[in-house]
Design a binder for this molecule. Sequence first.
Ligand code: HEM
Length: 383
Amino acid sequence: MNDHDTDGQNPGARYRLWPVRGRTLAGLGATGLILAGVAGAFAYTGGYLTPGELTQARIIDRFQALNGVHPGFRRNHAKGVCATGTFASNGAGAKFSRAAVFALGSVPVVGRFAMAIGKPFMPDNETEVRSLAVSFRPPGGEEWRSGMIDIPNFPVRTPDAFYQFMLASSPDPATGKPDAARFQAFLAAHPDSGPALGSIRARPFATGFDNASYNSINAFRMINAAGTSTPVRWALAAVDPFVPEAPDAAPDKNPNYLFDALIARMERAPLQYRLVLTIGQPGDATDDATRPWPAEREQVDVGTLTLDHIEAEAPGNCRDINYDPLVLPDGIAPSDDPLLSARSATYSTSFTRRAGEAKTPSQVQIPDTQVPDAPASTTQKGS
Ligand code: HEM
């Protein structure tokens, strides 16, 4: 299968629902946005949930069925670019966490901007869900990896619901159109997902990577020097002012318009984001990524991320990092959110598959920073 034929240049292979109007498809309009961003269901995949246990291999196989197999690339968030810089802690995070990254001072970081969906050559308007993943590397301290996305909550609560969401979002094989009845059945069986999709739909997306804010979505726990454990979520909030994307901004753009704008922005000046902790209170669910915490929760600015270098994916840079959300330093611990261990296991399978495959250069290239390709290194969990 030729990547370039299937990733957007063949209009029949594309599947965008949000321009659709009408009562029957109103719910699916929101669904289209989310399936575009999170599940990445643009091609017919066929089949309903088959019997048997859900494993990370089955989830990755499902991503591959939805998006095609693109050797060497991530099975989700496949189109991306690397950025490096520093995180300057202001010391405020030490109240909640004894992790070295929160001591006053700066640590180097390796980041990656990406679009959701496992299609490395798709046009940038195929989804509005964008991500920023960061590896914080305090010298003499333990590494912290976090992948964040620009929506306020997740559409599903459990790994099984995620798998069924992918199936339910697939177009009907007979018509190539959304199967409203199947999606309604999914919503009926997963009462958390309707409100979660509504919450995502209620917030406008940013015009670019630079002025978006990226959320941890999942809750974690922070443990301070006294051993006190606090439920937290976090976000990287853009210092560049937020500008909402116009609803009809997408159709006729340069296929790399978002990445090109990001590169141009970073060539002008470093990009900055505030790392903001949201402090959970007793009763706030830590095991439910579909539900944001109340807006009045305490927010603590713990420092500034500055990204001052951008480069195409290449051997040894962000391309070869597994941004596993469970690579956590002492002082940050997982919550009871069931998505976390599923993410960790699934990213590992995606990493293992892509690490062993021949590489094709990324669609996102930057003049003067390209380096020749070579066998992938194996930066895995804990390495
Ligand atoms: C069960 C639910 C989920 C599954 C199965 C899943 C699956 C995946 C996979 C397979 C990758 C590619 C990993 C790699 O090869 O390195 C990925 C990347 C990513 N996911 Fe998820 N994901 C899930 C939930 C989430 C959630 C809740 C978030 C919220 C922040 C998230 C954020 C990201 C980000 C930011 C990346 C890109 C990381 C990078 O640039 O390398 N995912 N996801």
